[in-house]
Design a protein around this ligand. Structure first.
Ligand SMILES: [Zn+2]
Ligand SMILES: [Zn+2]
Length: 127
């Protein structure tokens, strides 16, 4: 079957390789693009990135367990959401956390949003 790569636009024969992402994007990748890193019935890097590996509650619990020095980005993000609860009473911390993870924001970027752009911060709930 002849397919067109959604990334580079190359036309290729699927018998030469290439993959269709099974995640939400359903993009077609030629053998030279991201498909190198995933096989059949797998998701591309972009879709995987959007997955929430740790829930808000898990991240908070994990933060308490490992302490600040060993905290990872999702933990910092969850703690920030918890901290900003008072500053942004309308923004549900759990939903903001999910949105920030899906968008791939860092804790630093999230803190900046919370301080400088309350509307955008709240909009993270609907990502
Ligand atoms: Zn390609
Ligand atoms: Zn994908």
């Amino acid at each position: 079957m002849i397919s067109k790569c959604d990334i580079c636009g190359k036309i290729f024969d699927s018998k030469d390789g290439g993959t269709i992402c099974q995640g939400s994007c359903k993009k077609v990748f030629c053998p030279k693009c991201e498909c190198e890193s995933f096989g059949e019935n797998e998701e591309c890097r972009n879709c995987l990135k959007k997955k929430i590996k740790m829930t808000y509650k898990q991240a908070l619990a994990e933060g308490k367990r490992v302490g600040v020095s060993h905290a990872s980005e999702p933990i910092f993000i969850a703690q920030l959401c918890e901290t900003f609860k008072c500053l942004h009473p309308g923004a549900k911390p759990e939903l903001v956390y999910n949105g920030a993870i899906k968008k791939g924001l860092t804790a630093k970027q999230l803190a900046k949003l919370a301080n400088e752009s309350p509307t955008e911060y709240g909009d993270l709930m609907f990502v």
